[in-house]
Design a protein around this ligand. Structure first.
Ligand code: URA
Length: 288
């Protein structure tokens, strides 16, 4: 899609719109190797090579973060070689490539994030940041106080000991119990394996919290964009992961063309106040 050259420069954080126009008029912007001085010239960021001061200007991809309440029966991958339903089918086409932040196994429902912000994903999943994840688990049998203490201390699994979990009994009947369990790691089927290892197999599992986020207002199968405040809280939980920047280094033209703070720190339009790009509230439901 073609955009005006000064808009491309401004959106990429090279300079403000006005300072970009000045750079263009001064012949300091090259398009496919040739200086372009005509204001309003349109370029295609996908195919045209735009340079300022010897550096290639790349368009900034809009960063999007979506929260989904995943039903059972969906795999948390972009594509499934076995042809099973994926969480991508729940969110539909967003115009950007999103990836799940970690996984929920196929039989587990609940809170899953998807984003195209790789830096945020890595920070959220990095074991050092210990982002807490809370699950509600229905288990067979009633765990004794000693069993709960074992889970709280951490137990040995085949891939190593788990770190301490926070565990509460929410409800108990003669046949089983409903537990709240918070872990700070993200190993494969970890909650199921932990509870199985202490003799209480899981019959139902739902993630209800991921760091500062919960499923409030989101029914099973629904999704919505995160708003600015939610993304900021996620970043803080992930050890203060940096917001994406249009250009990490200063522009070569600092002075006439100082990088704009807004392009470096503003979340994407779609991340604002839970609105879509068209400004309408987007909460949709698919699946069950
Ligand atoms: N633990 C599990 O057992 N399953 C999940 O999907 C996540 C954590």
């Amino acid at each position: 899609m073609q955009v005006r050259l000064q808009k491309l420069l401004a959106d990429a954080g090279v300079a403000s719109r006005r300072a970009s126009e000045k750079l263009i008029s001064e012949g300091r912007v090259l398009v496919n190797g040739q200086p372009v001085t005509q204001l309003g010239t349109k370029v295609d960021p996908e195919t045209d090579r735009v340079e300022v001061g010897g550096r290639v200007v790349r368009p900034v991809e809009e960063r999007v973060c979506v929260i989904v309440n995943k039903p059972r029966g969906y795999v948390s991958t972009v594509k499934d070689p076995e042809g099973r339903r994926t969480v991508m089918e729940l969110i539909g086409h967003m115009g950007v490539r999103l990836y799940p932040v970690g996984r929920l196994d196929m039989d587990t429902e609940g809170l899953l994030l998807l984003t195209n912000d790789g830096e945020l994903t890595n920070a959220l999943l990095h074991p050092r940041h210990e982002v807490p994840k809370t699950y509600v688990a229905e288990v067979d049998g009633l765990p004794t106080p000693e069993t709960l203490s074992r889970l709280r201390r951490g137990i040995r699994l085949e891939d190593g000991p788990t770190s301490p979990a926070e565990v509460k009994v929410l409800k108990s009947t003669e046949r089983g119990a409903t537990l709240s369990i918070t872990i700070h790691e993200g190993r494969n089927r970890q909650v199921r394996r932990m509870l199985e290892a202490v003799g209480h197999p899981v019959s139902f599992l739902k993630r209800v919290r991921f760091g500062p986020l919960d499923l409030h207002g989101l029914k099973l199968g629904q999704h919505r964009f995160l708003n600015m405040a939610e993304v900021a809280r996620l970043r803080a939980a992930a050890g203060g992961a940096r917001a994406p920047r249009a250009m990490r280094r200063r522009s070569p033209d600092a002075g006439t063309a100082a990088p704009r703070a807004s392009a470096q720190t503003s979340p994407p339009r779609s991340n604002q106040a839970g609105l879509t790009r068209s400004g309408s509230k987007r909460v949709t439901r698919r699946g069950k």
